[in-house]
Design a protein around this ligand. Structure first.
Ligand SMILES: [Mn+2]
Length: 430
């Protein structure tokens, strides 16, 4: 495989945009120079940035009501890698993919690693799945998995997670991410403390199977599919579990997994403080876990989250080495377009946060100059960093306008000829 979109096409589209781009890049460079900022350093920083794409993200998502499949949907992990390869080729900011087991199971993981490497892709955290039943599964997860009242069902969920660790080793993955749908839908359905204790005991067994260089990422979520109580519902439960298990266990924050109006950037700051921030799952939301595209509704909140991450990186916070992934569901758009747009929006927030004058900010904070502190922070958000992002993409062979290049390439129509149309209107988030 490799180079799925014609490089000549990308090059000629970039040339068409070149004059306007250079004019805008030059103007931004002069503007930043007046603020004592070197644009060249920012371009290098933008070029080094990367966020992982989940393999399931390139399929059309749905809600629990329905799924409306798109054209040329990926049939298997090979098609998914090809689509992820296109996203990386055009944006140059998504160098890893995050696989999902069992959906991405193959017989030869070495061959898959080589296949991914041809498209410039590596593998990020492996995600286990005990939130649904598979065809060949002995016991059902109807009443949930790692926190189930039945020990044989917990043992099955533990065995699956240990299998994911083995697959993760073959992928060269840095971590196993565990999100469970465990919880209850009725008051009295289960013991709230008993479920948490069952979860901890099961996770002890998973933790014991980790190689020394692999992390165990615990992802919390407030509700859904359990609507009365969820076992790992918030960062408190997540941190308790991580601290109980040991230093390789860390807390993963997903932007959508909170109650409305929760201060997510403060949760990030707390987990950084305690040295347990595993990473961040990017998306956007309005009411709950809406899985909207990153930065599509509230780009300022995205900026504030990334600002906390940037601040932790700049001051060299102890143990700070987070994994970043896009985690959203594309119901009404071409998933490749949504993922490219999101990758650009997250990279934008990263650049805006990089522009915050940390010295001026801390001086204003020390002087209790509220307005100066706020304006210093906001100055990063208010700067249009688009020319820096475009320059970083083009220097690496990516596209000036990834979505325009993707549309001009006819990639979706081309793959639709090989990939049969998916029929059916079943529900399902993925
Ligand atoms: Mn997530």
């Amino acid at each position: 495989m490799g180079m799925l979109i014609s490089e000549d096409l990308i090059g000629s589209l970039n040339e068409t945009a070149r004059a306007a781009h250079e004019d805008e890049f030059g103007a931004l460079g002069r503007k930043l120079e007046r603020r004592g900022v070197d644009i060249e350093a920012l371009v290098k920083r933008a070029m080094a940035w990367s966020v992982a794409v989940p393999t399931w993200g390139v399929g059309t998502g749905g809600t629990r009501f329905a799924r409306f499949p798109g054209k040329g949907e990926p049939r298997n992990i090979h098609d998914k890698l090809a689509d992820c390869g296109v996203i990386q080729q055009l944006t140059r900011g998504t160098r890893t993919v995050s696989p999902h087991i069992p959906w991405d199971k193959v017989s030869d993981y070495n061959a898959l690693r080589q296949e991914a490497a041809q498209d410039g892709l590596g593998f990020d955290a492996v995600n286990s799945n005990t939130f649904q039943d598979q065809a060949d599964q002995a016991l059902s997860y109807r009443y949930r998995s790692l926190a189930n009242a039945r020990s044989d069902i917990r043992a099955q969920a533990v065995a699956h997670n240990i299998e994911c660790i083995e697959i993760g080793k073959a992928f060269g993955s840095p971590a196993l991410t565990v999100w469970i749908g465990d919880g209850t839908n009725f008051a009295g359905q289960q013991s709230l403390s008993g479920m948490f204790e069952n979860y901890l005991k099961a996770m002890e067994e998973v933790y014991a199977a980790l190689p020394p260089n692999m992390g165990l990422f615990i992802e919390h979520k407030m509700y859904e599919p359990a609507f009365y109580s969820t076992v790992i519902s918030d960062w408190g439960a997540s941190l308790m579990a991580a601290q109980h298990l040991g230093p390789q266990a860390q807390c993963l924050v997903d932007l959508g997994h909170h109650a409305p109006n929760v201060n997510i950037e403060q949760i990030v700051a707390r987990l950084v403080h305690v040295g347990r921030l595993a990473g961040f799952h990017f998306n956007d939301s309005k009411y709950g876990d809406d899985d909207l595209d990153s930065g599509s509704v509230d780009p300022f909140r995205l900026f504030l989250v990334v600002n906390e991450l940037d601040e932790a990186e700049q001051r060299g916070a102890k143990g700070f080495d987070p994994a970043y992934m896009i985690d959203q569901s594309h119901n009404v758009t071409d998933p490749i377009e949504s993922l490219m747009a999101s990758a650009v929006e997250i990279a934008r927030a990263h650049m805006q946060a990089s522009l915050v004058d940390r010295k001026a900010l801390s001086e204003a904070q020390e002087a209790n100059d509220v307005m100066a502190a706020h304006r210093t922070l906001k100055a990063g958000f208010l700067t249009d960093v688009s020319p820096i992002l475009a320059e970083a993409r083009m220097r690496q062979g990516g596209a000036y306008d990834p979505i325009a290049a993707y549309r001009a390439s006819g990639y979706r129509d081309r793959v639709a000829q090989e990939r049969p149309e998916v029929k059916g209107a079943g529900g399902g988030i993925v």
